[in-house]
Design a protein around this ligand. Structure first.
Ligand SMILES: Nc1ncnc2c1ncn2[C@@H]1O[C@H](COP(=O)(O)OP(=O)(O)OP(=O)(O)O)[C@@H](O)[C@H]1O
Ligand SMILES: [Mg+2]
Length: 168
């Protein structure tokens, strides 16, 4: 765990150019982006449509790469996706063919996590969103499953970010 004051994320001179060779078009999406995020800091990217917010987030997540510059996490270059970073998309991305339980457990299973703590956390989330008794229904059939509920279930998938959580 990084200590306060130490850099968590460093973005150094990031530039991103999208190329469309068929149309011969180049789009400069980011240029000279330099910033630093420390532990417990909350950063908001605010700007008009097309200014490059998603492009920067995709680079931080490791979904895409900068044309120039680099991104460091704990001082090490980001070179792709990793369980040490999670992305919550604008619209929830649950797996409609999986049960509520398996949606929550998808992330932990992919990371090789199991055991009583993982199960207790899943049960707590299910209780929290009122889906007790419906945990083995698919998300599609767990009606009503409003946006806020879907968000909480999705949060279950990225649970390493809430590792300090303990059921009370
Ligand atoms: N895959 C791509 N190929 C080509 N151009 C792209 C691609 N992705 C984004 N762009 C372009 O890069 C620029 C930045 O796009 P981006 O999606 O990062 O903006 P944004 O700030 O997230 O916008 P919005 O607020 O609409 O979500 C835009 O001009 C966009 O058209
Ligand atoms: Mg965007």
């Amino acid at each position: 765990m990084a200590s306060i004051g130490e850099s968590l994320i460093q973005v150094k001179g990031v530039r991103k150019v999208f190329q469309d060779p068929k149309k011969g078009v180049e789009t400069l999406a980011l240029d000279g982006i330099t910033l630093e995020i420390r532990p417990s800091e909350f950063l908001l990217l605010l700007g008009p449509s097309g200014c490059g917010k998603t492009t920067l987030l995709n680079i931080l997540a490791g979904f895409d790469y900068p044309t120039d510059g680099e991104v460091l996490l704990h001082g090490r270059p980001v070179q792709g996706t990793s369980p040490d970073r999670g992305v919550i998309f604008q619209s929830p991305n649950l797996f409609p063919w999986l049960s509520v339980w398996n949606n929550i457990l998808y992330g932990p299973k992919a990371r090789g996590e199991s055991g009583e703590e993982v199960r207790a956390r899943a049960e707590w989330l299910i209780q929290l969103v009122g889906l007790k008794g419906f945990e083995h229904n698919t998300v599609r059939s767990s009606s009503p499953c409003p946006f806020s509920v879907r968000r909480v279930l999705e949060e279950g998938q990225i649970s390493p970010f809430f590792k300090d959580w303990r059921p009370s």
